[in-house]
Design a protein around this ligand. Structure first.
Ligand code: COA
Length: 260
């Protein structure tokens, strides 16, 4: 599919989606969010993609936030709708994908940019990356899940400070906070993500999708994550991957999962 604001490339089991508005520091406007939804959906369902990487084009930014020029004139109703639509189309959607999604944070990840990175299953950053939720400096609050996911990842006190100060933290601080899993030089960012992806691809994609569902269940209101884990664990026993994985172990060989 052809997109105007993003690029999507498939190679060796990995679909890399690149937000491609470098002159606007890859800010998320409505069209970009809609294109991202389509690209993620397509990659999740194409049958070949085992891992999705998301990054920003250029050397400066992952995503410098929601496109401020698009919502600066909005009223209460329009503001609420913006957040609800964005969360449904992109942020909640990405978090719940059955295919692993890694954010390769290659520069500024601010506001909606950090919220997008946080909706991914985990994050790897380049050493020049800067992260923050600056919304309160604009007179709003994070609206794409930031008030919920930031405390989950870094703890309530750190999230409160980041949101209240509207400040940015650098990559090494983000590593200490647990906001990103690894920090490398920018040139090594995509290679490291691909290396991690290749490790993921050796494992059962069916089991990984059940694991994503069970881990996410811990953060869903009214859902008992342990119950979801029991159900997901049981589901695995009905899969060809389970037969292959356990048989391969007992036969002292490497598993060759169907669909690999
Ligand atoms: N929405 C819309 N446009 C944005 C944007 C955003 N969130 N972030 C950057 N841009 C645009 C700038 O308006 C500028 O466009 P122009 O060249 O047409 O004037 C271009 O991207 C480059 O940004 P600029 O501010 O000139 O770069 P910088 O290096 O001086 O500063 C930042 C970089 C990230 C510190 C700064 O762009 C910034 O603070 N952006 C907004 C961050 C933010 O508040 N995000 C949360 C939104 S809810």
């Amino acid at each position: 599919m052809n997109y105007n604001n993003i690029l999507s490339n498939y190679s060796n089991g990995i679909t890399t989606i690149t937000i491609n508005r470098p002159k606007k520091l890859n800010a998320l406007n409505k069209d970009t969010i809609s294109e991202l939804h389509k690209a993620f959906d397509e990659a999740n369902n194409d049958g070949d993609t085992k891992v999705i990487l998301i990054t920003g084009s250029g050397e400066k930014a992952f995503v410098a936030g929601a496109d401020i020029s698009e919502f600066s004139h909005f009223n209460i109703e329009e503001g609420g709708k913006l957040a609800a639509q964005g969360q449904a189309l992109l942020f909640d959607f990405v978090e719940k994908l059955s295919t692993p999604v890694i954010a390769a944070v290659n520069g500024f990840a601010l506001g909606g940019g950090l919220e997008l990175a946080m909706a991914c299953h985990f994050r790897v950053a380049s050493s020049n990356a800067k992260m923050g939720l600056p919304e309160t400096s604009l007179g709003v609050i994070p609206g794409y899940g930031g008030t919920q996911r930031l405390p989950q990842l870094v703890g309530k006190g750190r999230a409160m400070e980041m949101v209240m100060t509207a400040g940015m933290i650098d990559a090494s601080q983000a590593l200490i906070f647990g906001l990103v899993n690894h920090v490398v030089e920018q040139i090594d960012l995509i290679p490291l993500c691909e290396k991690i992806a290749s490790k993921i691809m050796k494992n059962s994609s069916v089991a990984i999708s059940e694991a994503i569902r069970a881990i996410n269940a811990n953060y869903e209101d009214g859902i008992n994550g342990y119950d979801v884990e029991i159900e997901s664990f049981g589901n695995c026993f009905g899969t060809e991957d389970f037969v292959e994985g356990t048989t391969a172990f007992l036969e002292k060989r490497k598993a060759d999962f169907p669909g690999q």
